[in-house]
Design a binder for this molecule. Structure first.
Ligand code: CAA
Length: 380
């Protein structure tokens, strides 16, 4: 498969690289320590078109392909994975779902503002008792004629406190199991909608993760996405694309840690020479480079599958499974190469190691990716 990047893709990649160095790097350690949401940077990313990258320009988006989106995710994640997950959720889980399955009215009302970053979105599937087992939704959306009455709790919601628009999966007809689930657009400020406390996380601490409570929230019928009972399929189809974004995030975290370790190995001296001259270090770098390149091939292939309208459930799951493992392995080794300096915050690699872990958990754990992959390869 030929991954030669076009002039336009190279320009977008460079723009993301410059933005990450100039706007994300300063303050990234403090934002991590203080769990501070990068509000100014999110605004700038909206202006750069990074929040609605694949959305049709008629709805305020940048009209780019998935490969360009992946390139941006990779560059942002090298420096600040908290900022990149905001980009990923808004693009893949919110804008894509609305553009693909929303009504014209919903697109005009919500997508046009989400794609420009005027507002941001959140995707609400996980619950206290339904994480990986997503068909077991306990949140209910009872049909009341012209509206749904929404009750329940959602957990670990990225952009939970800062979003304006929430795509919420809820059970309307429990007897129909997953075919009774609906996807509803809920706005911040709707009566009975409460944002729970912010989670104190191991990594991606600048991103804003909350639980959400819905107590008799009246959601107008016109806020349902797709036909009655389409909510679970909507979530699965949306997550299939989301996984490509998270795979790109994992790739970026790995590549960022590798670049720091490579640079450090050329500067740091031990036993009378730069540590890169010790085979113990050089071989670690060789492994890291090889694994990152392999992860990149999987991530780009999944993106190109999506761009060329091929099925990307399998390639997206493989990309996420592998890239997230590479992110973990690479960041652990980057800390090791840095020795004692790797264990303190100034050198960035300890943060990248903490940030890497979530890529094996959210938008489907590695075990869920293996379910998706094994079912796909065994179904014939
Ligand atoms: N596209 C379309 N339909 C799909 C699909 C896909 N990719 N995957 C499953 N479905 C459909 C199936 O066809 C089936 O429908 P039918 O009965 O009509 O055939 C239905 O969904 C149920 O599928 P399964 O029987 O396979 O369901 P299951 O209970 O075995 O679970 C699963 C399947 C893949 C494990 C799924 O539950 C899953 O993906 N779980 C993980 C959920 C997840 O990723 N959560 C992350 C939360 S979001 C997040 O992290 C957001 C954030 O803020 C960052």
């Amino acid at each position: 498969m030929d991954f030669t990047l076009t002039e336009e893709q190279l320009m977008i990649q460079q723009a993301a690289r410059d933005f990450a160095q100039q706007e994300l790097l300063p303050g990234v350690i403090e934002r991590d320590e203080e769990q501070k949401f990068p509000a100014d940077q999110v605004k700038m990313m909206g202006e750069l078109g990074f929040l609605g990258m694949m959305v049709d320009p008629n709805y305020g988006g940048s009209g780019l392909d998935t490969l360009s989106y992946v390139l941006v995710m990779e560059e942002l994640s090298k420096v600040d994975a908290s900022a990149s997950v905001i980009v990923s959720v808004n693009n893949s889980l919110v804008c894509w779902g609305l553009e693909t399955y929303g009504t014209e009215e919903q697109k005009q009302k919500y997508l046009t503002r989400l794609a420009t970053g005027e507002i941001i979105g959140a995707f609400c599937l996980s619950e206290p008792e339904a994480g990986s087992d997503a068909t077991s939704q306990k949140t209910t959306a009872i049909d009341k004629g012209d509206h749904y009455l929404l009750n329940g709790t959602k957990n670990w919601i990225t952009n939970g406190g800062t979003a304006d628009v929430y795509l919420v999966m809820a059970q309307t007809d429990a007897a129909k199991k997953h075919k009774g689930i609906n996807a509803l657009i809920v706005e911040k400020g709707m009566e009975g909608f409460e944002i729970g406390p912010k989670e104190n996380k191991l990594g991606i601490r600048g991103s804003d993760t909350h639980s959400l409570n819905f107590n008799d929230v009246k959601v107008p019928k016109e806020n349902r996405i797709g036909e009655d009972g389409f909510g679970f399929k909507f979530a699965m189809k949306t997550l299939a694309g989301g996984r490509i974004g998270i795979a790109a995030q994992a790739l970026g975290i790995a590549a960022g840690a590798y670049e720091l370790a490579r640079k450090y190995s050329k500067e740091r001296k031990a036993f009378g020479t730069e540590i890169m001259n010790h085979q113990a270090i050089a071989f670690k770098l060789a492994d890291m480079h090889t694994q990152i390149d392999a992860a990149r091939m999987l991530v780009y292939k999944a993106a190109v599958d999506k761009d060329q309208n091929r099925n990307y459930d399998l390639s997206g799951a493989m990309a996420k499974l592998y890239a997230s493992q590479v992110a973990m392995d690479t960041t652990v080794e980057a800390v090791q190469i840095h020795g004692g300096n790797g264990f303190v915050k100034d050198y960035h690699v300890e943060r990248l190691m903490r940030d890497a872990k979530i890529t094996q958990i959210y938008e489907g754990t590695s075990e869920i990716q293996k379910i998706v992959i094994s079912r796909s390869i065994l179904k014939d």
